[in-house]
Design a protein around this ligand. Structure first.
Ligand code: PLP
Length: 353
């Protein structure tokens, strides 16, 4: 239930909402009118408020700018076929941001601040949720160290913020990926399971190098053997081999994706055999070399499912199936239908407001 007066609101004088925000939308640079913010100081979160979207004033000594204590989340609100707006699996994202914060030595967020704060913000920005059922309102909570005092240590001041932006209909675009066996993204015991900024910064150069070879993204392999596949870009990885849906098990170096969990749940319910286990790229290549039909795709909130049409490794390319009739298309449609209320939500994933 939404408590509409939980957080004080200062309304924007004018709205930036126009018809263009319901058409083709360039993602990432058209924020809604308001943002939520709160400050952690004296050992507690306080000063929560919803204010007009605007720039921040920060000291150049703010710790996040130097030592990288930053954590984020991403999830979506959808229009419902029967009217209304629903937020998808917010609680899972709340639990995950607190796990990320814990790993980064940052203060966890109170459930009420996160859940009620975001409900209230989305309620206020309801008109920004695109009318097209395939489009959505992207919700980006984040936390960073704002204490203005240099020195490598946990900060005693942090900011929590939530911004939202419309995201257009996602047109399926097949991706070409390269299996990376030199650089690593994460190692067990490291920060791969946390959604922290540094993981993404460290992935940029290896991705740029792969881009020059004609690949869009990397498939990261494990840090010890450089052999077991972990994730692709900012998505979890799935394969269909011999009718089985295979995904790397959560080892600590892989992010525990909510889309991953949703797709595995749907697949099991459809009677598809699911295996969560280590899978080496050599096993994948052997399956290709035996002439098997193989599907490969990434799953994550932003693009939902990204079909992989080409996988490069050690100078050779392999081509998974991406045509009609593939299992990933069935899984994707079922997930989208649950999110928009076109299929029954048997798992209680939608929070309709
Ligand atoms: C966010 C993210 C995912 C996908 O998680 P979802 O909860 O499905 O959006 C997968 N891998 C990485 C590295 C991520 O940052």
């Amino acid at each position: 239930m939404i408590e509409s007066n939980f957080i004080p609101v200062t309304k924007a004088a004018v709205s930036a909402l126009g018809p263009e925000n319901h058409g083709p939308i360039v993602f990432g640079k058209n924020p809604t009118d308001h943002m939520l913010q709160a400050v952690f100081s004296d050992n507690s979160w306080n000063s929560a408020e919803i204010v007009p979207f605007g720039n921040l004033m920060l000291s150049p000594l703010s710790l996040c700018l130097h030592y990288g204590q930053t954590v984020f989340e991403g999830f979506k609100a959808y229009r419902q076929a029967a009217g209304g707006v629903s937020i998808f699996r917010m609680e899972k994202h709340f639990q995950r941001i607190n796990r990320s914060l814990y790993r980064m030595g940052m203060p966890e967020l109170p459930e009420r601040l996160f859940m009620q704060g975001i409900r209230q913000l989305v309620e206020l920005e309801k008109d920004w949720v695109p009318l097209d059922l395939d489009a959505s309102l992207y919700i980006r909570p984040f936390v960073f160290a704002s204490e203005p005092k240099l020195g490598v240590k946990g900060a005693n001041e942090y900011r929590f913020m939530v911004v939202c932006m419309p995201m257009g209909k996602y047109y399926d675009q097949n991706v070409r990926v390269k299996i990376e066996t030199g650089f690593v993204r994460a190692v067990e015991g490291g920060t791969g399971g946390a959604k922290c900024g540094g993981n993404y910064a460290a992935a940029i150069l290896p991705t740029q190098l792969a881009n020059r070879e004609g690949y869009d993204q990397l498939i990261w392999t494990d840090a010890i053997h450089h052999e077991y596949m972990e994730e692709s870009g900012t998505m979890n990885l799935m394969f269909v081999i011999d009718g089985k849906l295979i995904t790397p098990s959560l080892s600590g170096s892989i992010l525990d994706g909510v889309t991953r969990d949703s797709i595995l749940t749907i697949a099991r319910d459809l009677g598809v055999p699911v295996e969560e286990r280590k899978i080496s790229y050599r096993e994948l290549i052997s399956a290709f070399e035996e002439g098997k039909e193989i599907e490969a795709f990434g799953v994550g909130t932003a693009a939902v499912i990204s079909p992989i049409e080409k996988i490069g490794v050690n100078g050779r390319d392999y081509f998974p199936s991406v045509q009609e009739g593939c299992l990933f298309l069935t899984l994707k449609k079922q997930l989208q239908d649950i999110r928009t209320g076109l299929a029954p939500d048997r798992y209680g994933w939608n929070e309709i407001m």
